[in-house]
Design a protein around this ligand. Structure first.
Ligand code: PD2
Ligand code: ZN
Length: 278
């Protein structure tokens, strides 16, 4: 092992490069080019970013965030009381109980069912979309305010997370059959991909996600966060909320839908944007 000292100057330089939007990969290449051994460079990068990531991320714009009084066990959201089951600070993750009633869950499924198609994911290179083997669900999008139920749920979510309805995408419904899954991914658009500027013209980046479970699978189908070792069980009417101040892995918002082991799984996903999404 080569001994190379991680000086305060090097740490400062790493922070500046990252803040300026350079990817960890490009900072690493620059360090290697100026004579740092890969192992040392990686360690220096990792340690520096770990310490500085959260302050950097908090310096930016406000994020969707429920008004949670300390110790609160529930929140009033527009027309309904929502229970707070889990609240994690970093990354910001909330597990919520009773966001939708059983009847609302069923209605959502029945409205979506006839319109399902094999899920597509965004092609980062072009900004278009395509069928992807990592995502074996079927899905559809409702337009915002498309029907009375969408309007009610959108108003509830907007009140819940203090974010204008206009900065939300339409609700996406996904159905996972037995064995179907959604491999771990980030919901923000990767800034290094050539198609991203086109996507960002409509509403800017995604800054938060709310996944609501519309049924309870017999087994499997949890939403998993591999970086933080968290698994959220899919329970009808419950939801998981998480926010990400930067389109960067240091947000630790890598997440996926674990395979459905028995039965099927239905979710409604709401993505929140920085700006008006029209
Ligand atoms: O269905 C899920 O649990 C899930 C997991 C990861 C949904 C999404 N991502 C999504 O809709 O982005
Ligand atoms: Zn996702």
């Amino acid at each position: 092992m080569h001994e190379q000292l991680i000086t305060p100057e090097l740490r400062q330089w790493i922070i500046e490069q990252s803040s300026a939007g350079h990817s960890v990969e490009s900072v690493l290449s620059a360090m290697k080019a100026s004579g740092w051994h890969e192992d040392t460079a990686l360690t220096a990068l990792e340690n520096t970013l770990k310490e500085h990531a959260w302050p950097l991320m908090q310096a930016g714009q406000p994020l969707p965030e429920p008004a949670l009084a300390s110790g609160a066990t529930a929140l009033w959201a527009h027309d309904r009381e929502v229970r707070v089951l889990v609240s994690m600070a970093r990354p910001r993750v909330l597990v919520l109980g009773g966001l939708l009633s059983a009847q609302e869950c069923q209605e959502m499924v029945e409205l979506a069912r006839p319109r399902l198609a094999r899920s597509e994911t965004v092609i980062n290179a072009t900004g278009g979309s395509e069928v992807n083997v990592a995502r074996t669900s079927e899905g559809m999008f409702f337009a915002r305010a498309e029907n009375e139920l969408c309007q009610r749920i959108e108003a509830r979510i907007a009140a819940l997370v203090n974010w204008p309805i206009e900065r939300g995408e339409g609700l996406q419904i996904l159905r996972y059959g037995p064995g179907a899954e959604y491999k771990p991914h980030y919901d923000y658009f990767d800034p290094s991909q050539p198609g991203t500027p086109t996507i960002l013209r409509r509403g800017g980046q995604r800054v938060a996600t709310l996944v609501t479970y519309l049924n309870t699978p017999q087994a499997g189908g949890a939403t998993v966060f591999p970086d933080i070792g968290l698994e959220v069980s899919a329970v009808a009417g419950n939801a998981v909320f998480f926010s990400y101040a930067l389109p960067h892995p240091m947000t630790q918002t890598l997440h996926g839908g674990a395979p459905v082991m028995d039965g099927e799984k239905w979710v409604a996903t709401k993505w929140l944007r920085e700006q008006r999404f029209e």
